[in-house]
Structures are given as C-alpha cells and as structure tokens.
Design a protein around this ligand. Sequence first.
Ligand code: SF4
Length: 114
Amino acid sequence: MKKVAIIGCGNYMSQCFACPGDWKCLKSATLGEGRFEEESQVIAFVRCECPGRTVAPNTGFAFKLAEMKPDVIHLSSCMAIAKPDCPYHSPEEFAEMITAKTGLEVVLGTHEYM
Ligand code: SF4
C-alpha cells in the first residue's frame, strides 16, 4: 500500500466552498479512487495558507516531525482542479516548489466527488 501526503487549499477549507477538508480526499485515498492509483495510507495532511509561500517548507517539516516520507504527494482537487482557482500560483508551480523541497513526485488532484 502506498503512503501518501495530501496538501489542501486552506482558503477552500475555511470558506467551505465545497468541502471543509474533512472527508473527500481521505475517502478517495482510502478506497484508491480518483487520482489515487491504489488504496493509500495518508501519513500527512498539510493545509496551504495564502499566499502559499509556506506550503513547501511546511510540507517538509511535516515529514520531519512524522519521521517518515510518503511515496507521493497529492495536491487536493480544490487546489489543483476546482474553480475559482488559486490567484497566487498554478498547480504546476506548486508542484515544482514542493518537489524541489521534498524530492517527491506531486500528483495534481485527489478525489473526483462533487
Ligand atoms: S495560496 Fe492558493 S492554494 Fe494556498 S490557501 Fe491560498 S488560495 Fe488556497
């Protein structure tokens, strides 16, 4: 079973546009649905905060505190796919920043639930 970390858009979570960050990503990872290739263990859930400057270092810090690294990192669907999108960075820019910090692959998206 793969170990994964999820990074979610804190703005979406606090505004509750569609999801308060409490089940869709986690269900999709557990069942291996959506953008997850297989049933996956979530070892970290990191909340991005505007304007997104701290997300890469915070993600690296989460792995340090957990004393483990995931096999892959997913940007949540609200961060990578949903509209309105992030006004500060594209999903590809986030992925580049996070890969540069962690050395890990970043998948754009998590669940496909409405
Ligand atoms: S920087 Fe973008 S992705 Fe991060 S919390 Fe703000 S709006 Fe969401």
